[in-house]
Design a protein around this ligand. Sequence first.
Ligand code: CP
Ligand code: NVA
Length: 302
Amino acid sequence: MKQDLLTFKDWSGEQLNELLALAIKIKSKPADYDTLLKGKSVVALFEKPSLRTRVSFDIGIHKLGGHMVYLDSQAGKLAGREDAKDTAANLACWADAIIARVYSHETLQQFSQASKVPVINALCDKYHPCQAAADYLTLRETYGSLNNLTLAYVGDGNNVTHSLLIVGAILGVNVISITPEGYEVDQALFDVACQLAKKSGATITQSHDISASKGANVLYTDTWISMGDDTPLAKIKQVFDPYKVDENLLQLSGAKYVMHCQPAHRDLEISGALIDSDKSLLMQQAENRMHAQNAILASLMA
Ligand code: CP
Ligand code: NVA
């Protein structure tokens, strides 16, 4: 039975911890894994732009001895020429796995049903699982363990927040989502995270008050306007300004580090000075995208 990675919701804490341990092994001894995907080809189909995801998958797959075919929204346009399920069934005739960044999570579900090879979510409207895997890998490296850690997400409740909540809940990391009113995370996904946390013992909470970040180990933020959202910045800037991750919020919270999935908008959702400071985990997160994804590819394909 092929296994997909669409959300991580169905992974156990043990499986996720093994995945992070494998990522650490691949990162420390890449030569041991350089033929893992020998003779294998992966198609990466992007409906939206990407820097980190595209390049980290391409170079990562090369380092594992495999080959990646990139299809952008022009070459691989899903809507219009044929049904998404037909695209996926065709790609699976040649590829050993399909990576897809899509507008709608439903497209991934159609891919998953139609494809006989693993489908990996490279970001959709609801989730960004590869990002969350890299982020918790970064925290595990930084703190040595994920025990008793609290991550405060501050900003727009979005795909990245959902995956941080779900993966954090499974791994036993406390996650608090702090958003302006009207920009909360999806309530149904928040409830799923709370359910998952019952098993791990993590605390999953949400608030509109930035002082709820007090006691967190790390502050995490993301863009205030996600890809595909055409809200003008001027319209939301005032609402989001109090939620900016800057020196003041870092002091108020007592957090040691700041995180951001990037692309970051300097002096909007996060202060440029913080990005450049020793409080920033941003480049470690970016580097770990590749190692976490290589562990995902190894788990699903090898
Ligand atoms: N964090 C992330 O997914 O970056 P890209 O959009 O550049 O791939
Ligand atoms: N929430 C952002 C994440 C980008 C990596 C978006 O969907 O655009």
